[in-house]
Design a protein around this ligand. Sequence first.
Ligand code: EPZ
Length: 436
Amino acid sequence: MKNKEKKEVLIVHKAESLEGVLEISGAKNSALPNIASTILTDKPVILQNLPELLDVKYMNSLLKAIGSKVEQIDEKTFVYSLKEPTSLCVDYEIVNKMRASILVLGAMLSRFGEAKIALPGGCPIGQRPIDLHIKALRKMGVSIDIEHGFVIAKGRPKGSHITFDKITVTGTENILMASVLAEGETIIENAALEPEVVDLANLLKKMGADIEWNWREGSRTIKIRGVQKLKGTAHKIIPDRIEAGTFAIMSALTKSKIILKNYPYNLLTYVHSILNKIGIHIIKTGNDTVIVKREKYLKPTYIETKEYPFFPTDLQAQVMTLLSTIDGLSLIKENIFENRFLHVPELIRLGACISTINNKVAIINGVKNLSGANVKATDLRASAAMVIAGLIAEGYTTIHNLHHLDRGYEKIDLKLSSLGANIERKAVPIKENMFE
Ligand code: EPZ
């Protein structure tokens, strides 16, 4: 049991070779907007394949706090029904734990015409403003004031022509949810194309929303005609492409024989093309299972993170870990977030040879081996990169700040232990935890 003098760390030993079957969980970034969308109807909505993550727990407690009945049917299935709201305010405690809380703004305005939500703070990877969300909602006729750290929004959104100055995933999701019950037609231009946004649109259509979107052709224009009411439905959320990509990289790095199940092959086309260039091949063995094969000598490469369908920023730390042990010079350019190289000093502690320019470009000079050390998880996805690094570093690696890891990866230590990895979650006295 944790007590106040102790913190949990993860001790990851170098793995010889892992073997077995790994199931990819439901996508966190699909679960969160999908749960928010259940606010849009007073009928029950069943969501299946939800991952068991802290962020899902936080979003469920947010829904309960505004009056939704949240019932767990089985490990991955929940039923949501919000008949009457008990509160239209989402306070700082919840938002501070999970910035994606902002995803209930559009849905609450659609259904109730009012919402008061604490402003999401910054986060390690960047300032992460929500100005584009607010600008779009104001264009839809919503009055929004920012006071005492709250977004205070009033008025039902009206159909409008919205063009996002920048591609924003949760911005697109918020406006989708703000438009499905709006009076008239809404056009969203420069919309995000991420599969998780498409999954939300598919759920909204099942609830009766009138949405026209040729996302298969890569169209960034969405046309939504407001309807009177939305109905309940059942929906299975898509697998997590970031978890899938993380485990594919891990499998190649540890020269393992792992079967990845529920692998969303078609959502990782560009990532596979980059891995192929490096010498890593994802081989389909069934309609949603793959194995990962690698050439003897892997090749350095150049990667830029971009919006979907290109290389996802959420896989950047993981692929940097891979490149840090490939002989030769590799380059990564981070285009999405202004501070997403926090894992670089941690990889350097493990013996990697990396330098950065203006926090935008990382130059990676591959080394033969990494060596185990104390490191800290710096953001949700970078924490997985530390686990991967620990599996290939000589000796063992102790990972601190585990809350980042538990927010994004369902039971990653149990999943990897089932493959034969020597991973131990341990409570250590705070004095040993160097990253308080
Ligand atoms: C979503 O964040 C994801 N989170 C992130 O995953 C992901 O890294 C990100 O999209 C990019 O793919 C969820 O879906 C819950 P954005 P989001 O709005 O929507 C700027 C994870 O690890 N911007 O697409 O917040 C912003 O600063 C997380 O699961 C504005 O300037 O990202 C960033 O530079 C990390 N103003 C860029 O746009 C705005 O109003 C893209 O951000 C909104 C965004």
